[in-house]
Design a protein around this ligand. Sequence first.
Ligand SMILES: CC(=O)N[C@@H](CCC[C@H](N)C(=O)O)C(=O)O
Length: 383
Amino acid sequence: MLKEDDLITIRRHLHQIPEVALEEVETHAFLMQVIGMMDQKFLKILEPKELPTAILVRVQGSDPSRTIGYRTDIDGLPVDEKTGLPYASQHPGKMHACGHDMHMTVALGVLDYFASHQPKDNLVFFFQPAEESEAGGKRAYELGLFEGEWRPDEFYGLHVNPKMQTGVIGCRMGTLFAGTTEVNIDVIGKGGHAAFPQDAKDAVVAASALVMQVQTIISRSINPIESGVITLGKFEAGTIRNVIADHARLEGTIRGLTQVMIEKIKERVQEICEGIERSFEVEVRLGLNQGGYFPVENDPVLTKRFIRFMQENPDVVYEEVPPAMTGEDFGYLLHQFPGTMFWLGVDGGAQLHESSMSPKEGAIQKGITAITEFLEYRMITEE
Ligand SMILES: CC(=O)N[C@@H](CCC[C@H](N)C(=O)O)C(=O)O
C-alpha cells in the first residue's frame, strides 16, 4: 500500500515531467510503473492503442451491482514554471499549473487502496490525456473506450482549487463549471511601409478594434444576470516596427454556464468579425471549436448523495461553492454518464494556470480519504 510519503514522492516526480495534450508519454510510462507495483489480483489494465497515452484500470468488484468510474486528467500546460520549488518542472516551458499532478496522485492513491481492499462494485479508473485542449474525454468516448465491461454507470472526478483551504471538498448541485469554446481569428490585411498607411490594410489596427469590440459582448449583448466570459489570451502580429502587418492572429476562449449563453456569444463574435471586415477592408477568418467542453452539469440524484455524505462525514470539511468559469472536458463525459465533479482545496497561493501555483500536498491524503470513504459508502447504497 502507498503511504503518504510515497504519494508525495510520486506527486513530485509527476510535477517534474509535465507534458502537453496528447504528448504525455513519460507521464504514461510513470503511471504504468506505479500501477504495476500495486496488487494486481483484482486489476485489469487497458492501454488503448488509438489513444496511446490513456490508461484505463478496472477493479473487479466482489459482488457488483454497478460499475463506478473515476477520472483523472494527466496533461500539463505550456507555462514556464516560476515556483522556485526544488522539484520544479524539468521540461522547459511546461508546467502542471492546473494541478493535474495532484489529480493523478489522488487517483493513484484511491486505486491503490481498492487494489488491496477489493471493492463491492466494479471500479473503472480513467487516466485521461488532453484535458486542457484536444478534448481527451470526448476522444476516448468516441473511440468506444467505455464499452462493455469498461462502461461506468456513474462517473466521478475532481479538480484542485488553490483558493480553497487544504483538503476541503467543494461541490454544488447543477452546473459546476462553464462550457468553453476555443476561438481562433486570423485577420488578413495588406502589408506596407509604416510611412504609407493609405496604401496598406493594417491587420494590427483591425485586430485591435476587433479585440475591443468583442469585449463589449459581455457588457452590452448578454443579460447581466447571466454569466459569460470571452478572453483573447493570445495576439500575434507583425515582424518589425516600420512594416505594417498584413496578418494578425488572435486566440481565445468563450465561456458560459449554459450552452445557450455560449451560442449567443459565438453568434455575436461572428457578427463583429463581419463588421470588422467591412469597416477595415480586411478578411477575417473565424474558427470556433467547442470540442466537447460542455458545461459540467452534476447529476441531481448522485450529487445530492455525494454532498450529503461529505457534509455528514467527520473526516471531511465540506463547502458549498458557486459555479466557476473554468472549463473541463469532464463536462462531455457527464453528458454521456451521470456523475459528479467536485473541487479539492489545495491552498496554492496563486490561481490555476499561474506560473507560481503551488498546491499544498497535505490535500493528497485528505482527498484520497474522502473519495475512498465516499466510494465505499456508495457501494452499500441501493440506488
Ligand atoms: C480547469 C481548467 O483550467 N480547464 C481549462 C480547459 C480549457 C478548455 C479549452 N481548451 C478552452 O480554452 O476553451 C480552462 O481553461 O478552463
